[in-house]
Write a protein that binds this ligand. Sequence first.
Ligand SMILES: [Zn+2]
Length: 263
Amino acid sequence: MLCAKRKLTGEIVTAYLASKAHAPFVCPDCRDEVILKTGKRTVNHFAHVNPLACLYAENESEEHRRCKIEIFLALQKEPHVRKVALERPLGTNRPDVSAEINGVPVAIEVQISSLSPKTIQQRTMEYARNGMYVLWLLQWTPDLNAPRYTPRLWEKWIHAAYFGHVYYWLEGLNVVSYHFNPHFKSIPKRSWYSPKGKKITAGGYSRRSKRYRTAIRGRTFNLASDFGPRNRDWWEGKDITIPAAKLYVDRQRNSVATEFYEI
Ligand SMILES: [Zn+2]
């Protein structure tokens, strides 16, 4: 958690700027006590004294905190960006970073841990009800450079929702888009003889992998200048359902046929 409330004043403070002299702090959700954690090796953050009691006391990774704070600080420097906030409560959602970018209300969610497609779907619907345009980001990983990549189910959900693209965060406001192509495995041709002496031949073709995809790197985009709002319709594929949604997508994104993104 990067934000907390000062118990004495009720003011919301960011761990990045807070001092231990301003303690005690409480969680904005459950109002239990939280402690400011600082250190050279960690991004300043708040931790629940009793983590089991709160829904938001999930174990947040250091890389997730670093990513959130970097996007937050970079957005604050942009001229056409207002109301930049960390972990702002919004209905049942609490977007990692939210802001008004070129007049558009935007929620940015950085997903690093695993998430069920059902959860991501519900949160996306909640954003649409609140009139927020959501951008689901993932952290870039060198695995994307490998000849084959294994997207997780919710990553495929994002791919389908964003018209055949997933955006990976690089640094500051820079994200890179990837498209997943089907991955084919070649089955070598081989022959053998059955017990009755009949020659049997099999293989010699390519089979589409269920598990793997080929990740194709696309352009790098700036979150503050290259994205815009986009409403999309409900869509249902084989394993994936995308609700009607308000999405924040790069402006290059044209409508594409569904068979292009359902892979
Ligand atoms: Zn709490």
